[in-house]
Design a protein around this ligand. Structure first.
Ligand code: PEP
Ligand code: MG
Length: 752
């Protein structure tokens, strides 16, 4: 076996890129038997009863369905013991289980390894040979490594062997609730910035590939230019000209070839070159040349996507509902589709707390994340996104599509029922009133917030208007955006958060160099204090936008030290005096911090004299307390904001806020989870902020329970040892209060 890592990567990539589950399984068994030189390679998949169903085999006959009952045979032994079994003579083993239809008696030795996903055995990979010899340690190790890489892909392959079934279901994780039915629009454009380094295996071929790529992109640009024809405005025409000039630039061409010759693979050589030019242009004084940095970065992405054979999302000439689908669906992809046409989102990567999911929640768009790559999809394919169950259905049959259409109708009816609550207070049955606010970030979601009866904006994520643009918005442009929000919520509080980029939120035009640990890196207030000119512009814009009103509150993300807070307060003073000198009528906004890094909790008493309020960012707080990356679909199932550790800390924050007279709200996804809300109410939280789409349901919940009940349940929950036990306890109560039943009934009424 030569170069194991390369072989392994090649197989995983080929399988991931295969068009259909049938091709995927045959690729797996054929390539493994080829690499290991085994006479047989078979792939078994566990069904619901944990029996092993033979999905594909290179070498065994399996015309009809072959199933090995649970724990039977050597395959069963691998699955049950959860470790590899490597034997020289299978028939002599106690666990041998003969499958006559496969004619496997010809094969003597056996080596099987389990396929494990999230701690569960989902299948077994087996190799067999005619020779009575153990498979080498190297081959066994190769199978173990490959099995761990393939588990996610195999988990998406249907177990019932109806691989050609029209209703191709794929599981992912719940991103945003609801059901969307529509046609796929692929967002496959990759970000050159995120390309990792890799060694170049064949330098000369890569250099000539680079030259061919240049020619191909030049042709592409010419045809795009002529397709636009005479109607093209000057500004667009200038961009095409700039691309053309850059593609002919000898220095750029040579630099990429040079980097390849240094041993980097083509995409990374391109990334280094483009970053080099972006930095040079960024540093120029002349604004015209500075803006060219953007053209270069775009061109870099264009070249990279041409190399990958992919294009950005194109929704021109598409009628009807659209499901945006891709490795990641960016905020700009979402912004490129008219809101009333966007029916759903599917991301191959990411978890329920990735920024795309948060945004989908905010807009009320059903989303499923972390489905694994769905290479067979093409633009126009029919797809159902079931955000309630975290699944998608490709190519649904008419019968299945009709069932889902009925569900969509039921959901609509529930929404209508809940909308009747709009003007009623969020008051418990024993008379305690809570305030319900909305989270926003797009101008498009101001109206849904108001319609749902939100009493203010608990979190305005200012990074979103920054993310949907090609360059930093100017102070005047920011004023216009903020003004619309502050005016729409006149006399109601608006909590505007300063720019919170970094981590999973990147600006396309301000690439942050690769960080080993972006979640622990240059993000939130760390980023803005280091780029204080951006923060000054933003704060000035907020104050100007609030001129003549008294509803601006400034919220600071990711604060961990008093120094960050006092530096910000000095900047705020400076901004206020600058604007006063300029003749703007200003009023000092209230300032508070997001408590979202565990370090902030113990500092609350010290910060009380500097700040006016605090807001719990339960998404980040849970991610940092549990050390679970909120974007990693491999660990998404372990994440739960009602984990006992999170509950105890949130309870501590509420207590500290009360002791120090700091108004408190909670604005993470926890605020929209009925189970968590009961517990938060028990702690004494008075204000919750969530996406507009979820607000009516939470209001209904609050109106159906007493504060006394919530306090009792909280005391019990704080003594429980797991999220599951806590959820079960609170769910009992939701059953008793009739909340769960009400939600079901509303849906069923529509059906009858
Ligand atoms: C949070 O962390 O809970 C929060 C609301 O902020 P973000 O925008 O990072 O989700
Ligand atoms: Mg956060």
């Amino acid at each position: 076996m030569n170069n194991t890592i390369l072989q392994l990567t090649r197989i995983v990539q080929q399988v991931a890129l295969a068009d259909s589950p049938a091709t995927q399984v045959s690729l797996i068994v054929d390539s493994i038997s080829d690499v290991i030189q085994a006479d047989v390679c078979s792939l078994y998949r566990a069904n619901e009863q944990q029996d092993m169903v033979l999905l594909a085999s290179h070498g065994l006959k399996h015309k009809n369905v072959v199933t090995i009952p649970y724990a039977k045979g050597l395959v069963g032994l691998v699955a049950k013991s959860r470790h590899p079994v490597n034997v020289k003579d299978a028939a002599a083993h106690d666990h041998y289980y003969y499958l006559p239809q496969t004619q496997e008696e010809k094969f003597v030795s056996f080596c099987g390894v389990p396929l494990v996903l999230f701690g569960k055995v989902i299948g077994v990979l087996v190799v067999q040979s005619r020779v009575a010899e153990l498979f080498s340690k190297e081959s066994e190790g190769f199978l173990v490594a490959l099995a761990s890489q393939l588990a996610l892909i195999v988990s998406n392959i249907p177990v019932d062997a109806k691989i050609e079934d029209q209703n191709d279901r794929h599981r992912g994780v719940k991103g945003a609730p609801g059901i969307g039915i529509g046609k796929v629009r692929l967002c496959l454009s990759g970000e050159l910035n995120s390309v990792p380094d890799a060694q170049c295996d064949d330098i000369e071929t890569s250099v000539s590939q680079w030259l061919q790529l240049l020619d191909a992109v030049k042709l592409d640009i010419q045809s795009e230019q002529s397709a636009l024809g005479r109607e093209m405005p000057d500004s667009v025409s200038a961009i095409f000209d700039a691309y053309g000039m850059l593609l002919d630039d000898q220095e750029l061409i040579e630099k990429v070839s040079y980097e390849i010759r240094q041993g980097h693979w083509l995409p990374y050589a391109l990334k280094m070159t483009i970053q080099h030019y972006v930095e040079i242009f960024h540093a120029m004084d002349d604004p015209y040349f500075r803006a060219r940095a953007e053209d270069i970065a775009h061109l870099g992405n264009k070249l990279y996507n041409a190399w990958r054979g992919t294009k950005g999302v194109d929704v021109n000439h598409v009628d009807g509902p659209i499901i945006l689908t891709g490795v990641q669906v960016s905020v700009s992809d979402m912004a490129s589709v008219p809101v009333n046409q966007l029916a759903g989102i599917v991301c191959y990567e990411g978890s329920s707390l990735s920024h795309t999911a948060v945004l989908a929640n905010a807009m009320g768009i059903p989303a499923v994340m972390g489905t694994g790559t769905l290479k067979s999809l093409v633009n126009g394919d029919e797809l159902i996104v079931d955000g309630n169950e975290g699944q998608i259905i490709l190519y649904p049959s008419d019968m299945v599509a009709n069932e889902f259409k009925k569900l969509v109708q039921k959901e609509k009816s529930l929404k209508k029922q809940l909308s009747l609550l709009k003007d009623l207070p969020a008051q418990t049955t024993d008379g305690h009133v809570l305030e319900l606010f909305t989270n926003t970030g797009l101008l498009a979601d101001i109206t849904p917030g108001l319609k749902s009866g939100a009493e203010g904006v608990g979190l305005y994520r200012t990074e979103i208007p920054f993310m949907v643009r090609d360059s930093f918005p100017s102070e005047d442009e920011q004023v216009q955006v903020y003004e619309r929000v502050l005016q729409a919520y006149e006399h109601k509080p608006v909590y505007m958060r300063t720019l919170d980029i970094g981590g999973d939120k990147q600006l396309p035009y301000f690439p942050i160099h690769h960080e080993e640990n972006p979640a622990l890196g240059w993000r939130g207030i760390r980023f803005t204090l280091d780029n204080i000119q951006l923060l000054m512009t933003q704060v000035r814009a907020m104050i100007r936008a609030a001129s003549g009103q008294d509803n601006l509150n400034i919220l600071l993300p990711m604060v961990i030290s008093t120094g960050e807070l006092t530096t910000f307060l000095e900047l705020l003073d400076d901004a206020l005096s600058q604007l006063t000198e300029e003749g703007v009528s200003v009023s000092r906004p209230r300032v508070g911090v997001m408590v979202e890094v565990p370090a902030a909790i113990s500092q609350i008493p010290l910060w009380a004299k500097y700040i006016d309020f605090i807001s719990i960012g339960s998404n980040d707080l849970s991610q940092y307390l549990l050390a679970l990356d909120r974007n990693n679909s491999r660990v998404a199932e372990r994440y739960d904001h009602v984990h006992p550790a999170v509950l105890h800390e949130v309870n501590r924050i509420v207590r500290l806020a009360r002791e120090h007279n700091l108004p408190l709200s909670l604005c993470g996804e926890m605020a929209a989870d009925p189970v968590a809300v009961i517990l938060l109410m028990g702690m004494g939280i008075q204000r919750l902020s969530m996406s507009a789409a979820k607000l009516p349901k939470i209001k209904y919940l609050i109106r159906s329970i007493s504060l006394t009940q919530c306090k009792q349940i909280l005391q019990q929950a704080l003594c429980l040892e797991s999220s599951e036990a806590i959820r079960a306890r609170v769910n009992d109560c939701l059953e008793q209060t009739g909340f769960n039943q009400y939600m079901k009934n509303q849906q069923n009424n529509q059906e009858s």
